[in-house]
Design a protein around this ligand. Structure first.
Ligand SMILES: C[S@@+](CC[C@H](N)C(=O)[O-])C[C@H]1O[C@@H](n2cnc3c(N)ncnc32)[C@H](O)[C@@H]1O
Length: 190
C-alpha cells in the first residue's frame, strides 16, 4: 500500500493512538517514528506527489503497516478525520510564508488552528519544529490562543527523529521547537 489519492475519509482503529504529520516532505521523521512505535497509527499528509513517493519508498523498505500516506493539501484536512480523532499533530519545518500577505497560508494560521481544535482529542498535542525565528515567534502567538504551550525550546537538541530539512538546517543555526496541549477553555479560532 503506497500513496493514497482523493481520499474522502481516513479510517482508523479507535483503539490505537493516531499521530499526524502535515507537510511530511520526504518522510524521514514520520517513518522513523512509525518504525519505533508500531502500536501507533501514523498519517503523513503531503501535497507534493513527488515527495509522497519518497515517503512510500521508506514505507515499503521498513514494512510500515502503521503508516498511511495521503497526497492532499491540508486545506482539506477537516474532511479527512472524525472530530476528536487525533492524539498528536506534527508540523516540521512548515513553509514560513514570511510576507504579511501570505501568512494566512501558514499551517499555524488561525484557519488551520481551528481545524486542529476540532480534530484533536481532549488532551491532544501539537508539536511545531522550525529553523525560522519569525515564523516560530508568530506561531507561538497563534498556537498559544488554543494550546497550553509547555515546552518552548530555542535551541532544540539533536534527536533520533529528524526530517531531511532539519538535518540540513542544523548546520546553519538553531532549531526551535514547541509543544502544546489543547486548551478546552479556548474558543474555536476564526
Ligand atoms: C519546507 S518543506 C519541509 C518538509 C519536511 N517537513 C522536512 O522538514 O523535511 C514543506 C513541506 O510541506 C508541504 N506542504 C506545504 N503546505 C502544505 C499543505 N497545505 N498541505 C500539505 N503539505 C504541505 C510541502 O509540499 C513540503 O513538502
Amino acid at each position: 500500500m503506497g500513496v493514497q489519492f482523493e481520499v474522502k475519509r481516513v479510517f482508523l482503529s479507535p483503539e490505537r493512538k493516531v499521530h499526524v504529520e502535515i507537510g511530511s516532505g520526504k518522510g524521514q521523521f514520520i517513518t522513523s517514528l512509525a518504525k519505533d512505535y508500531p502500536e501507533i497509527q501514523f498519517v503523513a499528509i503531503e501535497k507534493d506527489i513527488d515527495v509522497c513517493y519518497r515517503i512510500a519508498e521508506k514505507k515499503v523498505l521498513y514494512e510500515l503497516d502503521n503508516l498511511t500516506i495521503i497526497n492532499l493539501d491540508a486545506v482539506h484536512l477537516d474532511m479527512l478525520f472524525e472530530p476528536k480523532s487525533i492524539d498528536q499533530i506534527y508540523l516540521n519545518f512548515s513553509d514560513p510564508w514570511p510576507k504579511k500577505k501570505h501568512q494566512k497560508r501558514r499551517l499555524t494560521a488561525k484557519f488551520y488552528i481551528s481545524v486542529y481544535q476540532r480534530l484533536l482529542k481532549p488532551g491532544g498535542i501539537i508539536q511545531c519544529r522550525t529553523d525560522h525565528y519569525d515564523f516560530f515567534i508568530d506561531s507561538m502567538d497563534t498556537l498559544g490562543q488554543a494550546f497550553h504551550l509547555e515546552n518552548v525550546d530555542f535551541n532544540y537538541p539533536i534527536t533520533p527523529y529528524m526530517t531531511e530539512y532539519e538535518e540540513k538546517k542544523r548546520a546553519s543555526g538553531p532549531i526551535y521547537q514547541l509543544r502544546g496541549t489543547l486548551n478546552h477553555d479556548s474558543p474555536t479560532l476564526s
